[in-house]
Design a protein around this ligand. Structure first.
Ligand SMILES: [Mg+2]
Length: 315
């Protein structure tokens, strides 16, 4: 399979996964009769059939910035997130909202993000709000590991400064880019390439895969839990549809688990594996397909945290 089909599958997979999981968001103890059978399953109080949420909307901000600026430009990415925040989205994480509110009031993004991280009560400071938007980076920087890591961390730190959030984005993008370029991935190799400063909890989560009992795994919005459960379904499924439905039908943070599983499954099986009616009924799939092709083929300039004004260690 060509890399372009995998890249298209990655970004369109986010929207399809988001729309499929959306009706089950926040639900617990779901009966079988309430299971969804795809994004065509129906609407919910949170939106009509095929509509997407913050996972896809933020992914569009990041990917369109990469496309339009022909580089990773943190200021431009933040400006697009602020425009989205001003549209008063129905679905927005509280930490994302708090940081964007401060930036919108005039604060520099690094200070806004760092302050919010320091002031947020323990246990609530490491949500999945930056993980849900990071996958376009794996496409744009698929053959440049150093820049991919720096961009993943910086793009997380625009709103989610916590090292667990930054390094979860790095890990997800390592995995997707490996699939894009080789068709498969070894988690052992991904773990062995992560530096020692990556959080132990993240390493342990990656080493625990595949899960022996995914049905009892934490499905909250905690970044490492979301990454772990999404990787489990994303990497073990034998086809796109079944993997996605298994991932979302136990509820919890189902739209985000769907979006991230959808990105991984889309990279593995490519856009051709998606049912046509799923692609047709979900918002933004055509524009995401076009953006994925454009950012895959563009040669992006290198980006390093160490040699520019966005050094995360400065704050
Ligand atoms: Mg969402």
């Amino acid at each position: 399979m060509r890399a372009v089909e995998r890249a298209e599958g990655t970004l369109v997979g986010i929207a399809v996964g988001d729309a499929t999981g959306r009706p089950l968001e926040f639900k617990k103890n779901i009966d079988e009769e309430d299971h969804v059978s795809g994004p065509t399953s129906g609407g919910s109080p949170f939106g009509p059939t095929g509509s997407v949420t913050d996972d896809t909307q933020q992914t569009i901000c990041v990917s369109k910035s990469l496309q339009d600026r022909s580089c990773f430009d943190p200021e431009d990415t933040v400006a697009r997130l602020i425009d989205w925040y001003r549209s008063n989205p129905r679905d927005i994480g509280f930490l994302t909202r708090d940081v964007l509110q401060k930036i919108d009031a005039g604060k520099e993004w690094r200070l806004a993000s760092y302050e919010t991280y320091r002031q947020t009560p323990s246990g609530q400071e490491a949500g999945n709000g930056s993980l849900m938007r990071c996958a376009p980076i794996s496409i744009a920087f698929s053959s440049d590991m150093e820049s991919r890591r720096s961009v993943s961390r910086t793009c997380s730190a625009l709103t989610h400064f916590d090292p667990r959030c930054q390094w979860s984005c790095v890990a997800l993008n390592e995995i997707i880019s490996e699939i894009l370029t080789t068709g498969s991935v070894s988690l052992d190799e991904v773990v062995s390439r992560l530096p020692h400063r990556a959080p132990n909890e993240l390493i342990e989560a990656l080493e625990s895969l595949p899960l022996s009992n995914p049905g009892s795994a934490d499905r909250s919005g905690y970044v490492i839990s979301t990454l772990r459960i999404s990787l489990h379904y994303g990497l073990t499924a034998t086809n796109f549809e079944k993997g996605l439905l298994d991932a979302v039908n136990r509820g919890g943070d189902a739209d985000t688990i769907g979006a991230i599983s959808g990105a991984i499954l889309g990279a593995r099986f490519g856009l051709d594996s998606f049912p046509n009616e799923w692609i047709e009924c979900v918002q933004h799939t055509e524009s995401l397909r076009q953006i994925s092709r454009s950012i895959l083929t563009h040669r992006f300039p290198k980006f390093t945290n160490e040699n520019n004004k966005y050094n995360l260690n400065d704050v």
